[in-house]
Design a binder for this molecule. Structure first.
Ligand code: NAD
Length: 482
């Protein structure tokens, strides 16, 4: 984040604490990744502002958890309706801070009403273990307390509201912290919805690098729902251990796609191109390594390259842009480093790999690599950007072993004759696998990773239950003392 003339930037963004907009005591710049200009200045939440938000959330908790679930559901649905009513303005603001094309920003913002609508129809079940003349034994799902939701910069709104909506419906109060790279749309949403909920039920705090650790170690917070990188996830877990906070960790991935003979080359290439390069490759479950069988390697690689040549990378606010810039300078430099590493090691580029210097914006061209070594950085590291290694195989068992031989296990995909492909899907050590399609996240599907991709799940009823704890009550039906 750079320094700028504060007179030129929009400083109207406020924190949401205890139901009121609260001005920042200090601010930081938010940069448009397509132009490198300042979009706005976000409040940099201080320690005492965080304490005030935690105190407000704690105070609001007892009334909110006692509010009938139907009322909580209605208020969460109303939040969704309010966001939907402002989707155009919010999406344009999101494009300016995140970089994605406006049509994609509409999807990201639109996910908030979607998740609010979904959660507002869910009621946690009661498990009856015994209902007899002797006793009633039942487990109820009750809220945990004050939840802190921490989001990344790739899907700032979708990732926030698939935590916030179920957390609120379940009866928790919430502190939402967007990424410092993309806080503005979330803060704007805070201003729009602040009167829907009782004060303190939802607080929105933007801040710099200190704010996340302050939250994850704060004794007044009971649960952390975190989405971000595996490295940060480890720090969150360590910090949360001090007070034994409940955790849901949605972390990084290095998803493998396995492409078998017998595919429709053109149709599969189109789907996999979207799987790898959608959101400029900045998707946790993007296809990040593609293992392609020898028999189809060349036609498949050619088809992907053709799609890459047609794709337009540019400013997301301009008509006709398919893929925006990489979201921030740090990630841009990381990706340039990966490309430089591939050049230095003599990897064969089928497309891209050249970064224009001297221009504004964090633009990386669609880049496709031809069979780099398995131990190269571009295969072993999560790139989180528009650089894709294609890896040739002739023995599917070896390809499966390689797909599984990483520390992370978020998602994966298999492409080929359905029965054979599905059998392979069962052997992938990941939370989710798609067969001949990619990325569907139906409400009934639990979404979550294995290994160092985190633990806990999001989505639908499974996601709602993550924001509850069991409360088992056994009542004797014999008269007391009898
Ligand atoms: P990040 O880990 O750098 O930051 C995520 C959030 O954590 C931000 O809000 C950041 O301010 C905050 N944070 C940073 N340090 C913290 C700390 N010590 N304590 C508490 N909070 C802290 O991740 P990012 O770069 O914003 O996002 C990209 C990563 O997120 C990728 O690895 C991607 O795969 C992953 N991701 C995972 C999922 C999933 O569902 N599994 C979804 C989206 C993104």
């Amino acid at each position: 984040m750079s320094e700028t003339n504060p007179m030129q930037a929009d400083t109207s963004f406020e924190l949401l604490i205890d139901g009121a907009g609260v001005a920042g005591e200090r601010h930081f710049d938010v940069i448009n990744p397509a132009t490198e200009e300042v979009v706005g200045r976000a409040p940099d939440c201080t320690r005492s502002q965080l304490d005030a938000a935690v105190a407000a959330a704690r105070k609001a908790f007892s009334d909110w958890k006692a509010t009938p679930i139907g009322e909580r559901q209605a208020k969460v649905a109303a939040i969704g309706d309010m966001i939907a009513a402002h989707i155009d303005d919010l999406s344009r603001l999101l494009t300016s801070e995140q970089g994605k094309p406006v049509a994609r920003a509409v999807e990201d913002v639109g996910a908030a009403p979607y998740f609010c609508g979904l959660s507002s129809k869910l009621t946690p079940p009661v498990d009856i273990h015994e209902d007899s003349a002797e006793r009633l034994s039942a487990t109820y799902r009750v809220p945990i307390g004050v939840v802190c939701a921490i989001s990344p910069w790739n899907f700032p709104i979708a990732d926030s509201f698939w935590k916030v909506a179920p957390a609120l419906v379940a009866g928790n109060t919430v502190l939402l912290k967007p990424s410092p790279f993309t806080p503005l749309t979330t803060l704007r949403i805070g201003a729009l919805i602040r009167d829907i909920l009782p004060p303190g039920v939802l607080n929105i705090l933007s801040g710099g690098d200190d704010l996340g650790p302050w939250m994850t170690s704060h004794p007044g917070i009971d649960k952390v729902a975190f989405t971000g990188s595996t490295a940060t996830g480890r720090r969150v877990m360590q910090s949360a251990a001090q007070t034994l906070k409940r955790l849901t960790l949605e972390l990084g991935g290095n998803d493998a796609a396995i492409v078998l003979p017998g595919i429709d080359v053109k149709a599969t290439a189109e789907k996999l191109f979207g799987a790898a390069f959608g959101n400029t490759g900045q998707v946790c479950f993007a296809a990040k390594r593609v293992y392609v069988h020898d028999d189809v390697y060349e036609p498949f690689a050619n088809a992907l390259v053709e799609l890459g040549k047609q794709a337009k990378v540019g400013d997301g606010s301009k008509q006709g842009t398919d893929f925006g810039p990489v979201q921030n300078r740090q990630q841009f430099e990381r990706l340039k480093g990966l490309i430089a590493d591939s050049h230095a090691n003599g990897h064969n580029f089928l497309l891209g790999g050249d970064i224009k210097t001297g221009n504004k914006g964090y633009f990386i061209p669609i880049t496709i690599l031809d069979n780099p070594p398995e131990d190269s950085r571009i295969v072993q590291e999560e790139q989180f950007g528009p650089i894709l290694p294609l890896l040739r195989f002739d023995d599917v068992d070896v390809a499966i072993d390689k797909a599984n031989a990483v520390e992370v296990g978020l998602g994966g995909s298999v492409w080929g004759p359905p029965e054979q492909a599905e059998a392979i899907a069962h052997r992938l050590d990941t939370g989710m696998v798609w067969v001949n399609e990619y990325g569907s996240v139906a409400p009934s599907q639990p979404f979550g990773g294995r290994k160092q991709s985190g633990f806990g799940v999001a989505n639908g009823m499974s996601g709602l239950l993550e924001f509850t704890q069991p409360h088992t009550i056994v009542t004797s039906r014999q008269a007391a003392g009898a």
